[in-house]
Design a protein around this ligand. Structure first.
Ligand SMILES: [Zn+2]
Length: 142
């Protein structure tokens, strides 16, 4: 017979709870200062279990993205076209998300600035990002 061992709380539960309260949080290691997502019981850099949740400021960039013009799942059919993006938070952690709002995907650039918005999917709060308009590199705003 195997003894029942105590289980550490799943950090994903607190992550989703924080989102439902309006905060996108990530892990920050107290030993090596590494910041990461998705949250896990140990720091993926130094394996220390000594870490804390830290809230994102919401500032981020889109490193890469794909524009879907075909729905591979019926749930997404009424959202076409939609954008799936690799996001890097200003604090360092990366996550896969969607770019939302009224924007032209052809105007996106690598490291395009984006801003966090927390949206609801049914009863679940999910982090998504709105592209921020950029001033053209030549500075001509006319
Ligand atoms: Zn660490």
């Amino acid at each position: 017979m195997t003894p029942k061992l105590p289980e550490a709380p799943d950090p994903a539960v607190e992550y989703w709870q924080n989102l439902s309260e309006g905060r996108l949080t990530f892990g920050r290691c107290r030993q090596c200062d590494h910041a990461w997502l998705p949250v896990s019981r140990e720091c993926p850099s130094c394996l220390a279990a000594d870490w804390r949740f830290e809230a994102s400021t919401g500032d981020a960039v889109a490193l890469s993205w794909v524009v879907y013009n075909h729905a591979y799942n019926d749930l997404w059919a009424d959202r076409l076209p939609y954008v799936v993006a690799l996001i890097e938070l200003a604090e360092g952690p990366r996550l896969m998300s969607n770019l939302v709002g009224d924007f032209d995907p052809t105007q996106l650039r690598i490291d395009h600035p984006v801003r966090l918005v927390i949206e609801s999917e049914g009863d679940t709060a999910v982090p998504r990002f709105v592209p921020i308009e950029q001033v053209p590199e030549d500075g001509d705003t006319t």
